[in-house]
Every structure is written in C-alpha cells, then in structure tokens.
Design a protein around this ligand. Structure first.
Ligand code: ASP
Length: 413
C-alpha cells in the first residue's frame, strides 16, 4: 500500500487505466452495473474539472498578462503565439484529411438507419466572431463561454497594467486567487487515477471489443495523424526554433502527456504542463500566458480528429468530398477547434459545425460518439503538446528579441 502511494501520479493514472480496462472486460456480461454504479464517480471527476476550468483560465491569463508588465510585450508574445497556433492547427487538419483520404478505401459504407445523436444548432462563422465578445460580466462565467472568458481576462490584465500602482492590491489578489485555484485543480487531479478508472470501465463494459472492431480503422487513422503532428510539426519546430532536441522534448513532456491522455482535459493538465514546459526552457511569464490560452484555443489534435471524422462520416454516407469542400473543412475545423474548451468531449460537439459547413448529416456524429473517449485521449495529448511547444519557441524568440534590444541600447549608449 505504501509503495502504491509513493508511485508518481502518472504511474498511478496508468494503473487506473489498465485496471479500468480489466474491470470493463469483467463487466462485459453486465455493463449496466458499470454504467449505474461506476460511471457516476467518473462523472463527478469530470464535473469537478469543469467546475474549476473557468476560474483557472480567467485568473491564469490575467496573471500571465500582468507578469509581462508591458502591453507591448503582451502584444509581441500574443501575436507570435496566435501565429504558431493558427499555422499548426491548419497543418493538423491538412494532415487529418490526407490520412483519412489515404484510408478512405478501408472505411465502411454503411446503410445507416438508426442514428440517434442530437446535435445542437451550430453557430455560423460571423456569429462565432460576434460571440467572442461578452455583453455581460457574469454570463461568460456562468455559461463557461471560454472565448468570452479569455477576452474578459485580457481586458482585466491590460487594465491592471495601465492603472499601475493603484491596481497593485487587485493584482496581488488575482495572483493569490490563481494560486488557490491551481491548488484546487491539483487536488482534483490527484483524484485522476480513480476518475480515470471509473470513466474507462463503463466505456469498455458498454462498447466491448465489437465497437472497437468497426471503428478501429478510423481510430487508427486519427492516431497516425496525432503521431505525425507531434513528431513532424511540434517536435521539429521545437528543435528548429526552440533549441530542444526531439528526444528531450518528448521525455520532458512525458508526465504532462500522460496526464492529458488519461484526463482528456487540456485545462486539467495545465499545472503539470506549466511544470514540464518550464523544465524544457519555457519562461515562466510566457508559459503563464501561452499555456492557459492554448488550453482553450489551440487544439491541433482536435482539428485532426475533426478532419478524419468528417471524411469518415462522408464516406459512410457514400459522399465523396470535393477539394473546395475539403478547404471549407480546414477553415471551419480551425475555427471549431478554437471555440472548443479544454474539457473532455468538447471537440465532438464542435464536429457538428464542421459537418454542417459542407452539408454532411450531423447525425453522423453518432457513428463515432461511442468511442469518443478514445479519440479524445489522443487529441488532448496532442493539444497540450502543441501548447508546450509554442511556450518553448516563443520564450526563445522573446529571449533573442530582448537580447537584440539590449545590444542596440548598449550600442547607442
Ligand atoms: N478534450 C479536449 C481537450 O481538453 C478537447 C476536445 O474534446 O477535443 O483538449
């Protein structure tokens, strides 16, 4: 027992995952028992993560902004961060579409008749843009509208910098609340081995090997895409622009990737991701801004999933997508992944927007909903790897920019 307690969290989570799969197989003859009595504890775990997500994102972005002390610097870091996130997300969907195209011959054409997924109406692109800006101070927090929460936190952060001395007590208060929220998240995350066990058991018990059978090909396609994105895009850019070797990068990111894989929540992985990326050379002030922002808006893995699944669903309905339709998917999936909060299953809901953009039946989501958790574990891992890569690269770029500036000033003096 003592030995078990002293295991690192990642090992405990892995144990929870493995035991959960074994328990799921044991529950195969009576899956309802697992759903009725084990799943609710998994739901409690997810609810707790959702409960703390909004304050974590809000306060940590304010802290990130004020730790940079200078609006110009926030602008410079912000622009670099957004460019990296946008470019890598677009590449991610292109990878997703290319892989899915290569696999298309293997996707089954189904005679689908009993689809039951009820999608919410997806907003149009213009509505999405308007919806980024809050019209009420409480609503974004109550509705957990993450983009609005980000906008609000940027306003608060900038205002604190501009007010200066008089805002110091408020800044200290925000920093203190942020510490407390991070502690709460740590406490919730400490429960993840149990949470993961309770979440995975009913999935295996309910779906069993047969559902995995039909969806293995599409899962495989998505996972190949995830791996390509991590290796070809994130680790190579970190090596080229951040000066961290590929092996060192993955070794250093191990604990955070493990946590993301088990929790399926980018925001839940934030504290560990901050730790890992700082050890890999990301600056504290920059990571404090880039990571919480990325946990909400940067979703390379989710984008790959949306690319693969749209093509899979199209193929199941016997539809062959044209090039302009694929470009529409790239555009919409980029937006959809930005609007996705870093909590489990959010990406699946946004898939509706992508399907609608090319006129595919939204009910097609039902085809992949059963194994969404398995997609989600992989896409979340990729999402947080991209956030960390960005923090490391932008830190290096800012170091260089500051060094150049200092050299110029010294030269001038
Ligand atoms: N679970 C993902 C994340 O937290 C979001 C998604 O469902 O794609 O990054």
């Amino acid at each position: 027992m003592k030995k078990l307690k002293s295991l690192p969290l990642a090992a405990k989570i892995f144990l929870g995952l493995a035991l959960g799969i074994v328990a799921g197989v044991c529950f195969l003859p009576a899956p309802q028992l697992a759903v009725d009595y084990i799943k609710p504890f998994g739901t409690i775990f997810l609810n707790l993560i959702q409960f703390i997500v909004v304050p974590i994102v809000f306060f940590s972005i304010i802290c990130g902004v004020i730790s940079m002390k200078d609006i110009k610097k926030v602008g410079s870091v912000g622009v670099k961060t957004l460019i990296y996130y946008a470019c890598t997300t677009a590449i991610a969907i292109a990878i997703g579409l290319a892989i899915a195209n290569a696999f298309r011959g293997l996707f089954p054409v189904l005679t689908v008749s009993d689809l039951t997924y009820e999608a919410k109406e997806a907003p149009t692109i213009m509505e999405t843009i308007v919806n980024i800006f809050p019209s009420n101070i409480i609503k974004p927090f109550a509705d957990a509208s993450m983009l609005q929460v980000i906008v609000a936190s940027l306003f608060f952060g900038f205002a604190i910098i501009l007010v200066g001395e008089k805002a110091q007590p408020f800044a200290s208060f925000v920093e203190s609340v942020n510490e407390v929220c991070m502690k709460i998240m740590e406490m919730i995350i400490a429960l993840s081995p149990i949470g993961v066990f309770c979440l995975i058991t009913p999935v295996v018990a309910e779906n069993g090997p047969q559902i995995l059978g039909t969806l293995t090909i599409v899962l495989l396609a998505a996972y190949i895409g995830y791996i390509l994105q991590a290796v070809l895009v994130y680790s190579t850019t970190v090596k080229a622009m951040g000066g961290v070797g590929i092996r060192d990068f993955f070794k250093g990111m191990g604990p955070a990737m493990m946590m993301a894989f088990s929790s399926a929540s980018s925001v839940g992985t934030l504290p560990l991701n901050l730790e890992c990326s700082e050890k890999l050379g990301a600056r504290k002030d920059i990571a404090a801004f880039t990571l919480p922002l990325g946990a909400t808006i940067n979703m390379g893995g989710t984008a790959i999933y949306q690319g693969v699944c749209s093509l899979f669903i199209a193929s199941c309905f016997g539809v062959t997508l044209t090039m302009p339709q694929m470009l529409t998917i790239i555009f919409t999936a980029t937006l959809a992944s930005v609007g996705t909060a870093g909590v489990p299953s959010a990406g699946m809901i946004m898939l509706a927007m992508v399907l609608q953009s090319v006129g595919l039946p939204v009910e097609g989501i039902a085809l992949v909903a059963g194994v969404d958790r398995i997609f989600d574990m992989g896409r979340t891992t990729i999402n947080i790897t991209g956030d960390a890569a960005c923090a490391i690269i932008v830190s290096r770029m800012e170091d260089r920019r500051e060094a150049r500036k200092a050299a110029k000033e010294n030269g001038a003096a």
